[in-house]
Design a protein around this ligand. Structure first.
Ligand code: GLN
Length: 278
């Protein structure tokens, strides 16, 4: 009988031939998922025989990866801020760069923590849930245009023990909401419509365009988020948005036009201005 190590080696070879960037890592993550192994078993128990059903499941996953589907979509979840977030067809895959928004929120509320948090375009709920995990007294609302996304976010909140503090609603930005929010966060769609096709296939084909499409100039959603923020933030409240590459100046002027005071954006791991607070 073939060992797990043998089937893993075959998969790495197939992924390498298909010119995937990180064949070893991808194969190991898929093997762990297909054979339902723990973090340690996928390292220490590789010389055990591989079960035939496990191999079938694994090879299916590898074939999808060979065709360019992102690993997170294949396994159906992704880690963000140290927590596991399940994905849906109408949510983005959480990106490491988006964690900068959570860090900016922590920095902005070092003294008095926020009580009410709003996440516009919540998707998996990853930003809202991560922020709430850092502010145990806070409660929040996540809004998404997609009903299916809010269902995914709700499930994530439940699994992560946050459903008492996080509520998810379908809406057109914040148009159905009133009251005050001390903190508003958003990773809105910010790709110019005409540029979506130029993105990596992992994004342009496998991410929902609803979560990417920022209108003709990529800035449509920011105008809505700025307007809603001006309406819902109290004096001293903060809105933090994720920026696409090269959007800092334009988004800062949109914030100013709405009567908000933008700060200098915080850079992501590659040094690109990524999180703008106002
Ligand atoms: N960050 C995404 C990308 O990699 C875009 C997500 C968005 O539009 N908010 O293309």
């Amino acid at each position: 009988m073939r060992t797990r190590r043998d089937v893993l080696a075959d998969a790495v070879e197939r992924l390498r031939m298909a010119r995937r960037d990180t064949p070893e890592l991808d194969a190991r993550v898929l093997l762990k998922e297909a054979l339902k192994l723990s973090d340690t078993d996928v390292i220490t128990k590789l010389d055990d025989p591989a079960s035939p059903e496990g191999v079938v499941a694994f090879n299916c996953m590898v074939a999808r990866r060979v065709r360019g589907e992102p690993v997170a979509r294949i396994i159906g979840h992704r880690e963000f801020w140290g927590m596991r977030f399940d994905l849906g067809p109408e949510t983005l895959v959480p990106r490491p760069d988006t964690e900068i928004l959570v860090e900016s929120a922590l920095a902005a509320f070092r003294r008095a923590p926020p009580k009410r948090v709003l996440d516009l375009g919540t998707g998996t709920g990853c930003i809202l849930i991560s922020v709430l995990s850092e502010f145990p007294e806070a409660a929040g609302v996540g809004v998404d245009k997609s009903e299916r996304a809010t269902a995914v976010a709700r499930k994530n909140a439940e699994r992560l023990g946050m459903n008492g503090r996080a509520r998810f609603v379908v809406g057109d930005w914040a148009s159905s909401l009133d009251g005050r929010f001390d903190l508003i966060v958003s990773n809105p769609p910010y790709i110019a419509r005409g540029k979506i096709a130029d993105l990596d296939v992992e994004v342009s084909v496998h991410d929902p365009h609803l979560a990417l499409d920022g209108g003709s100039d990529g800035l449509h959603a920011y105008r809505r988020v700025a307007e809603e923020s001006a309406r819902l933030l109290p004096e001293g409240g903060v809105v933090i948005v994720e920026l696409g590459e090269g959007q800092e100046k334009d988004v800062a002027s949109i914030m100013r036009e709405a009567g908000l005071k933008p700060e200098k954006a915080a850079p992501d791991l590659a040094g690109i201005p990524r999180a703008l607070a106002a």
